[in-house]
Design a protein around this ligand. Structure first.
Ligand SMILES: NC(=O)c1ccc[n+]([C@@H]2O[C@H](COP(=O)([O-])OP(=O)(O)OC[C@H]3O[C@@H](n4cnc5c(N)ncnc54)[C@H](OP(=O)(O)O)[C@@H]3O)[C@@H](O)[C@H]2O)c1
Length: 244
């Protein structure tokens, strides 16, 4: 894949879950494409390592998306510094697979708080400034688990189905205010999410690469705002999801 090298500043992006996996690659690739990245995650050391890779374009804001006060405080700092936010990417997420009858109540809280309430909190904190400017884009990293029922993913799937419902409504509401909402629904991506506790059930060589998704995000951000990319579903060809 061709390296994205343009340096002209194209806008301010608030990106959650930037300390690892897809978020880290999105931060580096979007920064390389000229976007100013406000990188959110809980792990300040990992964020500091990320900033070192492109200090001119990436800044760290340690925040926990499950805690509205933490999100609001980071957002206030970002808005004070940059005056506006052009793009919010709700990427932070956690995954766990188990038959639901064996799941812990603690996991129900953690996964719903992170994957569903997290994007709601970040959107609630950022969207008013976009509405005031009558422009902005919100991109949610959902999953094929947000459009299909996948055994072993009851809580994760519920969180991502909830994110789809949330996006459907705010997408409708916010477009009248010049803000476009897109849900990306990937299948398996090659990231640390597939660790020892969550082994990928297919061939790991077939997993979608983070760089492919970064290129898709850059493509969407560069489109004229007359066209709304509502939902993009994609997955390794070794998976199959009917999207019904
Ligand atoms: N990997 C896949 O196959 C796959 C497929 C479809 C969709 N997705 C989605 O893609 C997104 C990124 O996943 P990934 O594979 O890149 O996972 P990952 O490598 O485990 O990264 C998850 C990121 O989310 C952050 N995060 C988790 N809880 C957080 C919290 N409470 N507050 C702030 N940040 C938090 C983590 O940072 P800290 O720990 O530093 O907070 C980390 O940066 C997720 O939404 C996931 O559901 C992944």
């Amino acid at each position: 894949m061709a390296k994205i090298t343009t340096k002209r500043k194209k806008g301010t992006v608030v990106l959650t879950g930037a300390s690892s996996g897809l978020g880290k690659v999105l931060a580096l690739e979007l920064a390389g494409a000229g976007y100013r990245i406000c990188a959110l995650a809980r792990n300040a050391d990992k964020l500091a390592d990320l900033v070192k890779k492109n200090p001119g374009m990436i800044a760290a804001y340690a925040a926990d998306v499950t805690d509205y006060a933490s999100v609001e405080s980071a957002t206030a700092k970002i808005l004070k510094k940059h005056k506006s936010v052009d793009v919010l990417i709700n990427n932070a997420g956690i995954f766990h697979t188990a038959p639901f009858h064996e799941e812990s109540v603690e996991n129900i809280d953690k996964i719903i708080d992170t994957n569903l309430k997290g994007p709601m909190f970040c959107t609630r904190a950022v969207a008013p400034s976009m509405v005031a400017r009558k422009r902005g884009r919100i991109i949610n990293i959902s999953s094929v688990s947000g459009i299909n029922g996948i055994p072993g993913q009851a809580i994760y799937g519920a969180s991502k189905h909830g994110l789809q419902g949330f996006a459907d409504v705010i997408g409708y509401e916010l477009r009248e205010h010049g803000v476009l909402v897109t849900n990306l629904c990937p299948g398996g991506i090659q990231t640390p999410l597939w660790g020892a506790h969550n082994p990928y059930p297919g061939e790991s060589d077939c997993l979608t690469r983070c760089e492919e998704i970064a290129a898709l995000v850059v493509h969407i951000l560069q489109q004229p705002d007359r066209t709304l990319y509502k939902k993009v579903v994609f997955f390794p060809k070794t998976e199959w999801h009917s999207d019904d």
